[in-house]
Write a protein that binds this ligand. Structure first.
Ligand code: UDX
Length: 457
């Protein structure tokens, strides 16, 4: 039996530890976080993150072999294996601001481990997405003290996507475990793979060295994001040429060498990983003097920002360059469906630009209103939040769909149309709705990468 600890009770740490607790009954799993409120919520039925299927797993394991508390130092004392899952946002100051990772939480955690560990051998597992060679830096910190503990640092990046975390954890495409290339390192990798082998088949466990593991995570996210920027760039061309992006995506994706996933045009990708990881990758290339490579990857982020901006300009243009006091409803604020997370959501810059034009912005989201309130708290202008879509659309002129929540497909758009000011407009930032039907109801419909459907010219 091992004492397994996870430092950081966020989107990655919480669900991953819940899964390990579910399948590894012989181990005791503890999750700690300095944020006491967050821990209180992990100990309640109102979990701090929304993730389908998570509550059931937490309820089953909590108090049995899964524990949440905020005594970080105390928990480190007993730990044999420590997963580090603290946040590593993009630096906002100094050298590398806006690109490099801000490692202050991560470094503080490394020093906390060094100061408090008591076991003779501790395996430290990097779970946060980190710049390449961070494990090496962590080893340096851990070896710098007087502690008699021996450490092995393992890289085990997380590939779960929000909204499908439990599914991704249950049947992962692969689990990547990178270790130091020595006897101790190999033993550490073995122990971590043993945990996963409780529910993941052996052929999905990919054992590698630390640096390959760290870099693979960044590159996987960069390549996924690059597909979206590629298709989004083509959506602009489709709008000029009257080709249909959905047809193009389908035709391109049916090439088995390309595949169908991540080819949906959108208002722009968001989430805590893509932008941050590409900027890290680009910064890393800059650091090694690979300026062309750095610029290539940075362009994926530039296209993404441009796509959101393009969407906004389309609204503005169709409203005769005048949004003053016009009611615009945002359907969705989360960066994707099935999550309450709004980090890097395209809704944030969109909202800011609309307010800049003095529009009256109303926000609806089934799960993300609390986070949306925080994101917009420094924005000035006429902004309000709605729990009910039918209330939000009263007197509105424009609806913009930002997030493809399933429930938006089930809305009664005839009822919505009646409540709106005419002519009524829908801008679909996800090509999610039934455009033909909306047009028949009376809406002027503006999809992405497809010709608009206008009643008025
Ligand atoms: C991503 C990676 O998928 C995951 O492996 C990694 O561990 C963390 O980052 P996540 O950010 O949770 O996961 O969501 P993901 O499903 O990848 O979507 C990212 C963004 O791309 C969302 O805003 C989504 O709406 C957008 N997207 C996705 C598109 O715009 N078009 C697509 O075709 C697919």
């Amino acid at each position: 039996m091992s004492n397994i600890l996870c430092i950081g009770a966020g989107y990655v740490g919480g669900p991953t530890m819940a899964m390990i607790a579910k399948f590894c009954l012989e181990h005791k799993i503890t999750v700690v976080d300095i944020n006491k409120d967050r821990i209180d919520r992990w100990n309640s039925d109102d979990l701090p993150i929304y993730e389908p299927g998570l509550l059931e797993i937490v309820k089953e394991a909590r108090g049995r072999n899964l524990f949440f508390h905020s005594d970080v130092a105390g928990a480190i004392k007993d730990a044999d294996i420590i997963f580090v899952s603290v946040n590593t946002p993009t630096k906002t100051f100094g050298e590398g601001a806006g690109k490099a990772a801000d490692l202050q939480f991560w470094e503080k955690t490394s020093r906390d481990i060094l100061e408090n560990c008591r076991k003779p051998w501790v395996i430290v597992v990097e779970k946060s997405t980190l710049p390449v060679r961070t494990a090496e830096a962590m080893s340096k910190i851990l070896e710098s003290g007087k502690s008699s503990t021996k450490f092995s640092v393992v890289s085990n990046p997380e590939f779960l996507a929000e909204g499908s975390a439990i599914k991704d954890l249950t049947t992962p495409d692969r689990v990547l475990i990178g270790g130091e290339q020595n006897e101790k390192g190999r033993k550490a990798v073995e122990q971590i793979s043993e945990l996963y082998s409780h529910w993941v088949s052996k052929d999905r466990l990919l054992l590698t060295n630390v640096w390959s593991s760290e870099l693979s995570k960044l590159v996987a996210n960069a390549m996924l994001a690059q597909r979206i920027s590629s298709i989004n760039s083509i959506s602009a061309l489709c709008e000029r040429t009257e080709a249909d992006i959905t047809e193009v995506s389908k035709a391109v994706g049916m090439d088995s060498r390309i595949g169908t996933k991540f080819l949906e045009a959108s208002i722009g990708f968001g989430g805590s990983c893509f932008r941050k990881d590409i900027l890290h990758l680009s910064y890393l290339c800059e650091f090694y003097g690979l300026h062309e490579v750095a610029d290539y990857w940075a362009s994926v982020v530039r296209i993404n920002e441009w796509q959101t901006d393009r969407f906004f300009h389309k609204i503005l243009l169709e409203q005769f360059n005048n949004l003053t006091d016009k009611v615009i409803v945002l359907l969705g604020f989360a960066f994707k469906e099935n999550t309450g997370d709004t980090r890097d959501s395209p809704a944030i810059p969109l909202c800011e630009k609309l307010l800049g034009e003095h529009a009256n912005v109303r926000i609806h989201d089934p799960k993300a209103l609390d986070n949306a309130r925080i994101d917009v708290k420094n924005m000035e202008g006429n902004l309000s939040f709605y729990e009910d879509v039918y209330d939000a659309v009263k007197g509105a002129r424009v609806i913009t769909l930002v997030t493809h929540w399933q429930e938006y497909l089930e809305l009664d758009f005839e009822r919505i149309y009646e409540k709106m000011v005419k002519p009524a407009f829908i801008f679909d930032g996800r090509n999610h709705l039934d455009h033909k039907k909306l047009f028949q109801i009376g809406f002027n419909v503006f999809p992405l990468g497809r010709p608009p459907m206008r009643h008025i010219q």
